[in-house]
Design a protein around this ligand. Structure first.
Ligand code: SF4
Length: 551
């Protein structure tokens, strides 16, 4: 039953970082509880126990190491018990915080969905998840209220249409972000789809890579919009044109947010399409073998990169894992526009159109998704996409059908021409379901959008407002124009209430950087619309020609 490190693991004597639990240094003795349960049994093995045991004996019979550990490898997290306020998050034990239900994450690599797949998601949502289905900022869809008893039939239904929850969470290769308009956008530099599919085939569910030090996030895009937040992934491939070799990918490693945010760095290497899977495999192998396994909060690849630097990282990748040198290459060009979500109506390279639309903060539901699937089918499309901005896209619509599709989406309150507030606001799961949360986020985000639309109808700038329910970074607060980190704050009556620490001026793209924490600037949940309105009004009054909000 014990997981053994992959046979390809280099066995060499390394004297630095002896205390970090690196396999490549010969340190296979687990240094914390997570490493121990991963060594005891591979996370992927829990699927059989769920199907043959837990689905029959129910929640109370689940082994705690499976319940709060290995089940993540199949996209399952226990969810927060309703009614526990944020002040108790840090003081209650996990079993006191959790409910008998699960969040289930469906991984949607590249955000690629067919009509049949979306209908299945809608059906599962309505039958087994009390109608819940949120669009995440990593192209996934998440259900809530899932019972362990229903998992066998849910997997059956998902897998019948080619969907999966394999390694949707856990210390393993998570969903691979891909440009949602790969292969169809008229302005595309290169289509990364063949590489994404080959990586899925080689890596996902492969036990050589299912015990990593921590989660491993990846992204591939050949879009000039840089539409997969490549700067904050462990590995990312970004479309560029090499002056001699033509279109290919610029390699980035070591990005990640959370409580120690770090932007990914270029290794200065150009990777042709057919070599992307090998390079991906090399980078994830470095993480498995050399990644730090002592402290959970120092385990992401970014910490290894910070210690090694890009030069050593590239050299280890080339010498030990690829056995060849990579070609030097150029950096990506400045993105052609600030919005990266593909919202609106756009012409495809084949002359048809794609239509991107915005719900509020990714909140949709099973019935709505079924209606979207029906609308797409009625307008001749069999392909939809999720984006890394909590939005969706219908592909392959003829010019004659566009107007009717847009009208149908707008009638469902899915805006094809949304306000900047609806377009640019994201929110994480928050206290409604998340055990780590301190504040509510989704309803707060929806209300904020409505308030700002009513108060500032003249505001016309690209703007991102990202709302997190705790100090983690699931909704990317550090790289938003206005980042709101959920915490308890003191109101004017001296009471502790839900509120936010404000971060201003973060960005992705070539101007990428983290927002400044505004010292002492905390707002209560009720004061949030007034605060954002004030900040935006000041900007509107003072802005110079060409100045965007974050400058
Ligand atoms: Fe939960 Fe915090 Fe992540 Fe929000 S940011 S989903 S509250 S862990």
């Amino acid at each position: 039953m014990a997981a053994t490190p992959a046979s390809s693991t280099p066995k060499r004597k390394v004297t630095r970082h002896r205390g970090e639990g690196q396999w490549a240094a010969g340190h296979f003795t687990p240094l914390n509880g997570n490493e121990q349960f991963k060594k005891d049994d591979d996370g992927l093995n829990v699927r059989t126990r769920i199907e043959t045991v837990y689905a029959h004996i129910g929640f109370d019979g689940i082994d705690p190491n499976d319940l709060r550990g290995r089940m993540r490898w199949w996209g399952l997290y226990t969810q927060r018990r309703p009614g526990i306020d944020g002040g108790k998050t840090a003081i209650l034990e996990p079993h006191e915080l959790e409910d008998d239900y699960f969040m289930l994450r469906v991984r949607i690599d590249g955000g690629r969905l067919t009509v049949a797949q979306l209908r299945t998601i809608g059906e599962i949502s309505q039958t087994y998840a009390r109608g819940t289905a949120d669009l995440t900022d990593r192209q996934n869809i998440q259900f809530h209220w899932i019972r362990i008893e229903d998992m066998p039939v849910i997997w059956q239904k998902l897998e019948a249409v080619g969907l999966s929850t394999t390694e949707a969470c856990g210390d393993c290769p998570r969903v691979i972000l891909g440009s949602p308009v790969a292969g169809i956008a008229a302005d595309e530099i290169i289509d990364g789809t063949p590489a994404l599919e080959e990586i899925q085939r080689r890596i996902v569910g492969n036990k050589d890579f299912s015990n990593l030090p921590r989660k491993f996030k990846s992204a591939i895009s050949g879009s000039p919009l840089l539409d997969v937040v490549h700067e904050i992934n462990d590995v990312a491939f970004v479309g560029v044109v090499h002056p001699e070799h033509g279109p290919g990918f610029d390699l980035w490693v070591g990005g990640g947010l959370s409580t120690n945010p770090r932007l990914g760095e270029r290794l200065g290497a150009w990777v042709p399409l057919d070599e992307v899977p090998d390079v991906y495999t090399g980078v994830i192998s470095i993480f498995r073998d050399y990644g730090y396994r002592r402290l959970r909060n120092r385990a992401r690849l970014k910490f290894l990169l910070a210690d090694w630097g890009t030069e050593k990282f590239r050299q280890v990748l080339e010498d030990e894992y690829l056995q060849r040198k990579l070609v030097d290459g150029p950096a990506p060009a400045e993105p052609v526009e600030r919005w990266r979500d593909h919202v609106g109506v756009h012409r495809q390279k084949d002359g048809k159109f794609y239509v991107g639309f915005a719900p509020r903060v990714g909140r949709v539901d099973g019935s709505l998704l079924t209606k979207v699937a029906d609308l797409a089918a009625q307008h001749g499309s069999d392909r939809l996409r999720t984006t890394a901005e909590q939005k969706m896209i219908v592909l392959d619509v003829t010019e004659e059908q566009v107007e009717s599709l847009v009208a149908g989406l707008e009638a469902l309150d899915l805006r094809v021409t949304p306000s900047p507030f609806r377009r640019g606001t994201m929110a994480c799961t928050g206290i409604e379901f998340c055990k780590l949360a301190i504040v509510e986020t989704k309803e707060r985000g929806k209300t904020l959008i409505d308030e700002l639309e009513a108060r500032l109808p003249q505001f016309d700038e690209p703007l991102t407002i990202n709302i997190n329910g705790c100090p983690n970074a699931c909704a990317r607060i550090q790289v938003a124009d206005i980042g709101l980190k959920g915490q308890l704050v003191t109101d004017e009556n001296g009471e502790q209430v839900e509120g936010f620490q404000v971060h201003l001026g973060g960005a992705l793209g070539l101007e990428a950087g983290f927002g400044r924490k505004v010292r002492g600037l905390k707002v209560t949940k009720d004061g949030l619309p007034d605060y954002v309105e004030r900040v935006l009004n000041r900007y509107l009054d003072d802005r110079q020609d060409g100045e965007r909000f974050a400058q």
